[in-house]
Design a protein around this ligand. Structure first.
Ligand code: 5GP
Length: 207
């Protein structure tokens, strides 16, 4: 049996991470999506427990103190964190986990799970990134300007990720990441077959 996969999707805002994760979940219903906790306010249409668990800053700080979060980050005054227990229980049940995290969060997850697969998603151009952010309409002009500046800085982390995917077409990006998922599943299966090497040396396999 192979080890369950920890797949992290990350990259600058406007890269289309959210839509990519939704596409992956539709294409791979076996993936379990890690729902983070956050102190930010729900946006229109966001239901508690679907994209996030919305908690107060006090409750978030308590979770940090109690070691309940695998990793956490502050983004523009809002806190976001991954529930440790949920991830550990899901992996223990043999299920593959998908996470949508800010760039440094992905690197922290890799420290906890060295076999985690980190996918860095970039938009095809800064112009397209700005267009997507404007279309999303969740940022003020000032936030949008900061996110555009931030994007170039974030690119330095791409080299520490396992894969870089250019999201110029959502369907295509889903297919590319699906190939990554299949390749990584195959790789962990092969690792678990390492005993075959020993078997071969004893003469059994080459028989
Ligand atoms: P938004 O507020 O737009 O939903 O999310 C802002 C950013 O937070 C996104 O880039 C998302 O990937 C990131 N994010 C969401 N949950 C977590 C988390 O638990 N940990 C980290 N490190 N980043 C998160």
């Amino acid at each position: 049996m192979r080890r369950p996969l920890v797949l992290v999707i990350s990259g600058p805002s406007g890269a289309g991470k959210g839509a990519l994760c939704q596409g992956l979940l539709a294409a791979h219903p076996e993936l379990r999506f890690s729902v983070s906790v956050t102190t930010r306010k729900p946006r229109a249409g966001e239901v508690d427990g679907s994209s996030y668990f919305f908690v107060t800053p006090e409750r978030f700080r308590e979770m940090v103190r109690e070691g309940e979060l695998l990793e956490w980050v502050e983004i523009y005054g809002n806190m976001y964190g991954t529930p440790r227990r949920w991830v550990e229980d899901t992996l223990a049940a043999g299920r593959d986990v998908l996470m949508d995290l800010e760039v440094q969060g992905g690197l922290r997850v890799k420290r906890c799970f060295p076999e985690a697969v980190l996918v860095f998603v970039v938009p095809p151009s800064l112009k397209e990134m700005e267009r997507r952010l404007r279309e999303r309409g969740t940022e003020t002009e000032e936030e949008l300007r900061r996110r555009m500046e931030e994007a170039t800085q974030l690119l330095q982390y791409a080299a520490r990720y396992d894969y870089l995917v250019v999201n110029d077409d959502l369907q295509r990006a889903v297919e590319v990441v699906s190939c990554i998922i299949e390749a990584e599943r195959h790789r962990t299966e092969r690792q678990d077959l390492s005993f075959l090497g020993r078997w071969g040396r004893k003469g059994g396999a080459s028989g």
